[in-house]
Design a protein around this ligand. Structure first.
Ligand code: PLP
Length: 395
């Protein structure tokens, strides 16, 4: 076993060597611009891009030419939400109503906040103690003011909670409201089918699925119904006019390869990674008192475990575990020490949010690593509690 151990697979994942192998020719000898139509260099690049597009489409049950390549899920979320709202406001007038929910990633929350400043109405649905929205809340919000977009993430990046996307999609379809889902954490980890779930727009990120960083995709439904987006990037009219800019061919090839591998291995990997997560959880629960699992234990990503260790400061805990890469919240907000908005939305008080750790297990973790992490963590938690006056009060 090698140290340090990486157990922060919601922040990012290691590039799969098979993905790197697929990318290599496009980082070296096949360097054409996919938009060059007049020579073989361009044709070879274009062919590789179209192969990757089909690989991404297959993983989520999309049809041909429904994938737009972007720089990542942040850009996909921005394009989906702002593009859909601007498109429908232009067509229908009015200021637009967007429905979202409290535990979204900041890529969605900040885009909605920006739209709100532009005059759009935004409804923020609360979640239950497991982190799932209530369908009745969504129904009421839709009845109140017909939305131009419903944006609800598929799987949360901190607590791994899966939203009821089949039911949300069915409701949106019934009411004629476009449904966007940020599936950056869900794609490749749980089965996703855009037709079964009536999804109109779906965000994907390469680096969450053992692909490269700086590449992503947006699924845009072409029929039943066709979704119209206003482009956010103006330029050469690439990607059917929805996302101008020279295509990142090696990144796209990597994303395609990552999707193909994820599709082929999804079922077996979910079982293996889920078993590792359960092993870690069981060991921690057996050895420690006053620990709580945050989120849902029934509707959860296989590799996710988010736990509160009462009377322990999570930053201090991580300092005592220098050879294990973990996270105390979402990586994107960990530059600021603010209580996690996701844990707050579940009803945790501020102190509990500062005692919580996210474990993100993935493809390259082993049972040996899980056992090591559990043992070290139990040891550090016990030591910190020995010097905690609050813990002494409770025991
Ligand atoms: C749910 C979710 N959405 C969006 C993003 C942003 O993805 P990217 O890094 O590809 O922009 C992340 C990554 O942290 C995420 O977990």
């Amino acid at each position: 076993m090698q140290l340090p151990i990486y157990m922060d697979n919601h922040a990012t994942t290691r590039l799969d060597p098979r993905v790197l192998e697929a990318m290599m020719p496009y980082l070296t000898e096949v360097y054409g611009n996919a938009a060059s139509r007049s020579h073989g260099f361009g044709w070879a690049a274009d062919q590789a891009v179209e192969k990757a597009r089909a690989q991404v489409e297959k993983l989520i049950g999309a049809s041909a030419r429904e994938i737009v390549f972007t720089s990542g899920a942040t850009e996909s979320d921005n394009l989906a939400i702002t593009g859909a709202v601007q498109g429908s406001v232009q067509m229908q007038g009015g200021r637009g109503h967007v429905i979202t929910q409290a535990t979204e990633h900041n890529a969605v929350l900040d885009t909605c906040r920006w739209l709100e400043k532009q005059g759009c109405r935004v409804t923020m649905l609360p979640v239950d103690e497991q982190g799932r929205i209530r369908l009745d809340d969504l129904r009421l919000a839709m009845d109140d003011d017909k939305p131009v977009l419903v944006t609800i993430l598929a799987a949360n990046n901190e607590i791994g909670t899966l939203q009821p996307i089949d039911e949300i999609g069915a409701l949106c379809h019934e009411r004629g409201a476009p449904f966007h889902t940020d599936a950056a954490q869900a794609v490749g980890k749980i089965p996703i089918d855009v037709n079964r779930s009536n999804i109109d727009l779906l965000s994907i990120s390469g680096h969450k699925i053992y692909g490269p960083k700086g590449i992503g995709a947006l699924y845009v439904r072409r029929r039943n119904p066709r979704v119209e987006l206003t482009e956010q990037m103006h330029g050469g009219g690439h990607e059917r006019g929805m996302r101008s800019g020279t295509l990142n061919v090696p990144g796209i090839v990597g994303l395609g390869a990552a999707c193909e591998i994820a599709g082929a291995e999804l079922e077996a990997e979910a079982i293996r990674v889920g078993a590792l997560r359960d092993r870690l959880q069981a060991k921690l629960e057996a050895a420690l008192d006053r620990v709580l699992v945050n989120g849902s234990q029934t509707h959860r990503l296989p590799g996710n475990l988010n736990m509160t260790f009462e009377h322990v400061d999570s930053e201090t805990l991580m300092m005592g575990l220098k050879d294990v890469a973990l996270s105390s919240g979402s990586a994107c907000t960990s530059a600021k020490i603010e209580p996690s908005h996701v844990l707050r939305a579940l009803g945790l008080d501020e102190q509990a949010t500062h005692s919580s750790i996210r474990f993100g297990l993935g493809r390259f973790n082993t049972e040996e690593e899980v056992d090591y992490v559990a043992e070290r963590l139990v040891d550090v938690v016990k030591k910190l509690r020995e010097i905690s006056p609050e813990y002494a009060e409770f025991t």
